[in-house]
Design a protein around this ligand. Structure first.
Ligand code: ATP
Ligand code: MG
Length: 433
């Protein structure tokens, strides 16, 4: 036998069956992902967000400029390679890509306000652990062109409703990072605090003092957290415009009935965020990697990437973490066949194929057995597939043109006519057609 080839570390197969993933306790199947994705597809358009698809491959420069050189992502996590003289990168997040597309297609000249959402794989070379992979899936939204606080609140309410619909337990955290007018002063004050206690910080954070001091605030190291607890707060440094914006977001959230907690330590790892930042944090089930979604305003990014001075705000949610929680709750999107048909002989097999065809043509899912097995084993197979009904087709049934449709959950038997099978099944489901 030849040697097996294994998947790449930090990536995973998501299959319709149970698969073993080190670090994940429940098995995550495609049905769990599907539930997350379908609920976004259903919900986001109700808020005016339309789907946008951009390439996985982008020029490296986009992320270096868009995310910032001193961030963990650009500093050490990107999958970058040379493509005959061009440096390309597998996207580590999608905001920079959507902004590139927005600028490249002059979208602001066609519409003053734009709302896009996306879904897809992202790539970061991080240490693999529960809820952290090297290829992972994000679903996110971006709203361009709206500077006021009402859009911030609307977007946070969308995230809140989505996670609630999925039955996930979380807390919405809210903070403000100030803007170009007030953040530099805060940064200086923070830096001098951190410099005075640099000996107590982890190695990464010692480096961050000069490059990205705000990031020290959300370091997971307990010692860094202690230093962060005594640090000056952004709140005290906010300019009047940022203060008013932050108050406006909170008022709008209260009007919409969204619960949130103010979290002065909440910062985002990426350079481009200004003013409003928020995170939905799971309250149980995920351990250390508990942030389900992170979002915020990035008013300078479109301009930094060569576009007009257009504000933006968005969030990105981690689908793997959400799927893991749904798996823990045993919730997934069903893909089981409605009817399992088991023919016992050759002539029956030919008829079974037609019956399945009729059901499918009527929009009802059907699966036919292609294996020879006795009725008992066929029913077991139907059960394992999670089918709702099983139909065993023997010589007698074929002659009579009638058969018993067995409801597997209850054991109830319904006699149906094979002629017009789709109508019979629809009638049993209580959906007249
Ligand atoms: P964290 O602090 O959890 O590393 P982050 O600030 O790096 O998050 P963002 O870039 O804001 O995360 O991404 C938004 C969401 O995407 C995260 O809250 C998380 O749910 C998910 N996410 C980020 N990185 C990964 C990863 N490597 N594997 C799985 N999910 C991820
Ligand atoms: Mg990260």
């Amino acid at each position: 036998m030849s040697q097996k080839i294994r998947g790449v570390k930090g990536t995973r197969d998501v299959l319709p069956i149970d698969t073993y993933v080190k670090d994940d306790d429940p098995w995550v199947r495609v049905g769990h992902y599907d539930l997350v994705e379908q609920s976004a597809r259903d919900l986001f358009p109700l808020y005016g967000y339309r789907e946008a698809r951009t390439p996985i491959l982008e020029r490296t420069e986009l992320f270096v400029r868009g995310i910032g050189e001193v961030t963990d992502i650009v500093g050490k996590e990107m999958y970058t390679f040379d493509d005959h003289g061009d440096s390309l990168t597998l996207r580590p997040e999608n905001t920079a890509s959507l902004v590139r597309a927005y600028v490249e297609h002059n979208v602001n000249q066609q519409e003053p306000e734009t709302k896009w959402w996306y879904l897809g794989p992202m790539f970061r070379r991080e240490r693999q652990q529960r809820g952290r992979y090297r290829q992972f899936t994000q679903i996110g939204v971006e709203a361009f062109g709206s500077p006021g606080p009402r859009i911030d609140a609307e977007q946070i309410e969308l995230l809140d409703r989505w996670l609630r619909r999925l039955g996930l337990a979380f807390e919405m955290h809210l903070n403000t990072l100030g803007d170009a007018a007030c953040r530099p002063k805060y940064r200086q004050a923070l830096q001098s605090h951190l410099r005075s206690r640099s000996q107590e910080l982890c190695e990464d954070c010692q480096g961050r003092i000069e490059t990205n001091p705000i990031r020290v605030l959300d370091c997971k190291n307990p010692k860094c957290q202690e230093v962060a607890a005594g640090a000056p707060r952004m709140e005290e440094f906010l300019c009047d415009a940022c203060k008013a914006h932050f108050a406006g977001v909170q008022e709008a959230l209260q009007r919409l009935g969204v619960r949130f907690v103010i979290d002065p330590k909440l910062v985002r790892g990426l350079d481009y965020y200004t003013r409003t930042t928020y995170e939905a944090i799971a309250t149980s089930g995920l351990g250390a990697q508990s942030t389900l979604a992170g979002g915020g305003r990035y008013d300078g990014l479109v301009r930094d990437l060569g576009g007009p001075d257009v504000p933006g705000i968005g969030f990105a949610a981690g689908v793997e973490r959400m799927a893991l929680l749904l798996a823990q709750q045993g919730k997934e999107r069903a893909t089981q066949p409605l009817v399992f048909i088991a023919p016992l002989g050759e002539a029956e097999a030919a008829r079974a194929d037609q019956l399945a065809q009729e059901l499918r043509a009527a929009g009802l899912s059907a699966e036919v057995s292609f294996r020879k097995a006795n009725p008992g084993n066929q029913l077991k197979r139907a059960d394992a597939l999670g089918a709702r009904f099983a139909l065993v087709l023997g010589d007698q049934e074929l002659k009579a043109g009638r058969a018993k449709l067995k409801e597997l959950r209850t054991g109830a038997q319904h006699e149906v006519s094979l002629q017009g099978i789709a109508g019979e099944v629809a009638r049993l489901l209580g959906t007249p057609r």
